[in-house]
Design a binder for this molecule. Structure first.
Ligand SMILES: Cc1cc2nc3c(=O)[nH]c(=O)nc-3n(C[C@H](O)[C@H](O)[C@H](O)COP(=O)(O)OP(=O)(O)OC[C@H]3O[C@@H](n4cnc5c(N)ncnc54)[C@H](O)[C@@H]3O)c2cc1C
Length: 458
């Protein structure tokens, strides 16, 4: 925690959500000495860092002439917000009471009072809702091609994407890197994607577009094998054999916490004053996709986050509700950036280093260490991996050298991932004396890894 932080009984400003809108609002509010508290979100309605954590190259965010990876961009915006004094709570907000001032926000473990609120909870991916969806979730069905596309089970296999918008086209294109062929299932006879994106996917001979086709259900044994579809023009039912199915059928705004408290449109998006961030309640502002069903871009979200913070700052000042922090140094210290880790080999391998990378380190440690060993399977563009790695590293640091971690990139070490039956990233395995003690798929609360590790150490 920074030296400049002051304990406040009632926060000046709480920001909900850690996408471009939330972090940009935090940068502005922190630089205005408001010491905002940002609740990042954890698994409700998205992931920390927001939707850009699930994409590869962002080519249209100003300032990056050669493009930037979505997760890397979010790491930078976060670092900028933290550098200026934003306090982070890595949890979900689970209820909000706006009926009394100060407002009350309950997270998974805390109750927070705040004079003002910026809602930047974005939007979450929709599910199709077919009968066997739950059965084959993570066993062939995924809502994130970018996160899971490199999984060994999808390599050189036929894959499918459902949807007809930009995300669907982007995912179909992306999956041709891994699958032998991609089937794009489109319910109507046209794509809703931008012209450039639609043209690209139509021109790709590795993508077959199935027009007027509805997904009815899926089947398989241990893993997804078959899609049942209906050709809408003829009502004929058909089967498509695939090993992977990726959903890209749009988003729903994360406004369930505010129902009956704030005005929304018919689709649930928060209503604000035209062109402004004020919601239907004074002191509550909305920014980003949660209040924008039309533009939905990183830069528009960031821009609206800026507006929301400036509006909140003015409102707090006008109502004499702001407690400003006094900085010890005018200029905060440099932002923390992520260390780039070299892959371990014969020359640089160190049996006592708490975090290493690659198959050489894994083989050595698996056979030789007596310490509990975390193996984290990641892939290059996996946003959730960006969130998980620092958490696991913290758990290892807290173990004071009693445990060790190895990171395996499933694209570089495909055989190892296959052998370990990894079905998506991130996956974490915890070993002790070559025995698999626990495994996790996706990002879990830090306490889960810590509790499992403590049991092995004590
Ligand atoms: C695959 C894909 C590719 C994209 N590519 C681009 C691109 O190239 N360029 C571009 O400009 N835009 C792109 N976009 C759009 C862009 O990602 C969004 O417009 C932008 O992220 C919206 O930002 P946001 O801050 O409003 O919300 P989000 O990014 O959706 O972030 C919302 C945040 O709120 C949090 N949250 C939700 N519920 C809660 C809760 N209850 N408590 C606390 N926190 C909560 C979530 O965890 C998340 O951190 C892409 C989107 C997708 C899905």
């Amino acid at each position: 925690m920074k030296d400049d932080y002051q304990e406040l009984k009632t926060e000046n400003l709480v920001i909900l959500g850690s996408g471009p809108a939330g972090y940009t609002a935090a940068i502005y509010a922190a630089r205005a000495n408001l010491q905002p508290l940002l609740i990042t979100g954890f698994k409700e309605g998205g992931i920390p860092g927001g939707q850009l954590m699930t994409t590869t190259f962002v080519e249209n965010f100003p300032g990056f002439p050669n493009g930037v990876q979505g997760p890397a961009l979010m790491d930078l915006i976060k670092a900028q917000a933290v550098r200026w004094g934003t306090k982070l709570i890595e949890e979900d907000a689970i209820s909000v009471d706006l009926s009394q001032r100060p407002f009350t926000i309950n997270t998974t473990s805390l109750t927070i009072k705040s004079n003002s609120l910026i809602i930047s909870t974005g939007a979450r991916a929709n599910r199709v809702g077919i009968k066997n969806e739950k059965l084959f979730w993570s066993k062939g069905i995924s809502a994130c091609a970018i996160c899971d596309g490199a999984t060994p089970q999808f390599r050189n296999e036929e894959l499918a994407v459902v949807g007809g918008g930009d995300s669907a086209c982007e995912e179909a294109e992306y999956l041709t890197k891994y699958g032998s062929h991609v089937h794009l299932l489109v319910r109507s006879n046209k794509l809703k994607a931008s012209a450039a994106m639609a043209d690209r996917v139509k021109a790709n001979s590795n993508v077959t577009i199935h027009w007027d086709t509805e997904l009815l259900d899926v089947s398989g044994n241990e893993w997804l094998e078959k899609l049942k579809v209906k050709r809408k023009k003829t009502s004929h039912e058909d089967e498509i054999l695939v090993k992977g199915l990726f959903y890209a059928i749009g988003h729903t705004p994360n406004t369930y916490l505010f129902s009956n408290q704030l005005s929304t449109d018919s689709k649930g998006y928060l209503l604000t004053k035209p062109g402004r961030p004020e919601t239907s309640l004074e002191g509550v502002y909305a920014a980003g996709d949660v209040a924008d069903s039309e533009w939905r871009q990183g830069i528009t979200a960031a821009g609206s986050g800026c507006k929301a913070a400036l509006a909140a700052e003015r409102w707090l000042a006008k109502n004499k509700l702001a407690t400003l922090i006094k900085r010890k140094e005018l200029e905060p210290s440099q932002a923390e950036t992520t260390e780039i880790l070299e892959i371990s080999n014969e020359d640089n391998f160190n049996p006592n280093k708490t975090w290493q990378k690659g198959s050489y380190a894994l083989r050595k440690l698996y056979h030789e260490t007596e310490k509990p060993l975390f193996v984290i399977y990641t892939s290059n563009n996996c946003g959730p991996c960006h969130i998980l790695k620092p958490q696991l590293q913290r758990v290892l640091k807290e173990s004071n050298g009693e445990a060790i971690g190895v990171e395996i990139d499933i694209e570089k070490d495909e055989d190892i991932a296959k052998q370990a039956e990894v079905r998506g990233t991130p996956t974490v395995h915890l070993f002790k004396n070559k025995e698999l003690k626990r495994q996790w798929k996706g990002v879990k609360a830090r306490s889960e890894y810590k509790t499992a590790l403590d049991k092995l150490i004590n």
